[in-house]
Design a protein around this ligand. Structure first.
Ligand SMILES: [Cu+2]
Length: 495
């Protein structure tokens, strides 16, 4: 999809004289997919994420070729593919044991059409004419708050909604300005199964003689890490921390073969996917760390559900290994992720990580007739990907780059009333020229300056620098309008 964002984000980085050339330049096609399925987001503080997306009937929204570019840093691939691999929902009365992704599916007719109201200040992405993804910019936690300096962190998120039975699932991916990724799953809607009071020990009485049957939601993700773009030189480590006599000692075990592992609160266990070649400027291998920080509830199901025995699996890539359970086993493929772990070496092989987390849902009276969203998530954070804290507001060490702020950012963060861009006009896939004429107005420029001030020195402001920026932007605005007027026809043709 050709978005105005790409053009405008570059607008203020160019000299005013080259403005016209910029506007007429063709938009560079996405590297791995058509523009329509390409997402390219630059966060207000310079970090950039770009990726492709795909709709599948079972997995729903699948993300591909996920690249992260730190502020002033190198664009590198993190994940070749990221997807939901199963939602397994066994009920306490053993009356149902759902495998929602394979038995039903997150995509196709189960995927809901999103309304603009569900995506405030965001952008709706369409599949086959249906609005299926909401893309939003959002604040995250503080990047830091230290010695009187404060920097608000930001992120962008993608979510879709799938209705399966009475449940609405909300698969969500959050991409942070510091390179962190948070895959999350929300579940709302209504309780799926009730019984009468003779099975009350399997649930909770939510109204007269009506028991909401308790159940587990086991969420599985499938993460194909290809750090720095190469799939075959990544390896996986398990990190444990053993406490003894007041000291804690780190132990690192590198997986040589396919492995199933568990959360271990006693050893503070986490895992790390490490690139075999690329290092940061300090010579440390770049890596991403995986923590299952919500796995304080665990399902250990019957022997017919061996995939519940472990919390995280590491396997060698096989084309037919798609789902954590109920995997299509025709053609000799195994049925579930526990069976995928069959002793194969993972050295110099493309590695897949299958993290999971469990939510035990014991119904409450408050869950009927509708229930609130309950959320489960896992944590994927960079370790030695950077040389230091990658998000900085120090404009003295980084050139004053006005391109931090593009119009999308402005709309999403400070100027929600403007009718710019499809961020607030979800019915349109593409921007038309009428939209663009409005894109920069004086209030936006003022907002831009505000954002620069915030980025520049935590709100204190440095008047002369901003005055220059403001002047440049005002000049840019005049030139820009002129450029648009002159190139309206060529833009339409190129669109
Ligand atoms: Cu539930």
């Amino acid at each position: 999809m050709m978005t105005i964002t790409k053009k405008l984000s570059g607008l203020t980085t160019l000299s005013l004289g080259s403005l016209l050339a910029l506007w007429q330049a063709p938009v560079m096609a996405a590297e791995f997919c058509s523009d329509r399925y390409y997402i390219d987001v630059r966060l207000p503080n310079h970090a950039r994420w770009d990726m492709c997306w795909e709709h599948r009937s079972r997995e729903g929204i699948v993300l591909h070729k996920i690249h992260y570019t730190p502020k002033d840093g190198t664009r590198r691939m993190v994940l070749n593919e990221a997807t939901i691999a199963q939602i397994h929902v066994p009920y306490d009365d053993n009356g149902s044991r759902y495998h929602d992704v394979t038995d039903y599916g997150l995509g196709g007719r189960y995927m809901s059409e999103l309304s603009p109201r569900e995506c405030p200040h965001g952008k709706l992405l369409k599949f086959g004419g249906k609005r299926v993804i909401c893309q939003q910019l959002e604040d995250r936690d503080d990047t830091y708050s230290y010695n009187g300096e404060h920097l608000q962190g930001n992120a962008f998120s993608l979510f879709s909604v799938s209705q399966i039975g009475a449940y609405n699932y909300i698969p969500t991916w959050r991409f942070m300005d510091d390179g962190s990724i948070e895959p999350a799953m929300g579940a709302t809607g209504a309780l799926q199964r009730y019984g009468d009071s003779d099975i009350s020990e399997h649930g909770w009485l939510v109204s007269a003689n009506k028991v909401g049957i308790a159940h587990l939601h086991n969420f599985f993700w499938k993460l194909d890490f290809d750090l720095d773009g190469s799939g075959r030189n990544d390896f996986v480590e398990e990190l444990n921390f053993t406490q003894s006599d007041g000291r804690t000692v780190r132990e690192i075990t590198r997986y040589e073969q396919e492995t199933a592992s568990n959360v271990n609160p006693q050893t503070l266990r986490r895992w790390r996917v490490v690139d075999g070649t690329a290092t940061n400027n300090r010579g440390k291998p770049i890596s991403y760390e995986i923590r299952l920080h919500q796995s304080n509830q665990k399902d250990t199901g019957p022997t017919t559900e061996p995939f519940t025995q472990h919390d995280l699996y590491v396997t060698r890539y096989r084309r037919c290994e798609l789902f954590a359970s109920h995997n299509p086993s025709n053609g000799g493929c195994k049925d579930n992720v526990a069976a995928f772990v069959d002793g194969e070496t993972i050295t110099q092989e493309d590695i897949i990580v299958w993290p999971s987390t469990t939510f035990y849902h014991m119904p409450r009276a408050e869950d009927a007739p509708q229930m609130d969203a309950h959320w489960s998530s896992i944590s994927i954070t960079p370790r030695d990907w950077h040389d230091e804290q990658p998000v900085s507001n120090d404009l003295e060490t980084h050139d004053v780059e006005i391109d931090t702020v593009d119009t999308t950012d402005i709309v999403n963060t400070t100027d929600t009333n403007t009718d710019i861009v499809d961020t607030v006009d979800p019915d349109e896939d593409n921007i038309n020229t009428t939209d663009t004429i409005d894109t920069i107005n004086t209030s936006d420029i003022l907002n831009t300056a505000n954002i620069i001030r915030r980025l520049g020195n935590g709100g204190g402001g440095s008047f002369p620098k901003e005055s220059i920026l403001l002047l440049l932007l005002l000049l840019a605005k005049r030139k820009f309008r002129h450029a648009i007027t002159n190139t309206k026809i060529s833009l339409k043709a190129g669109d």
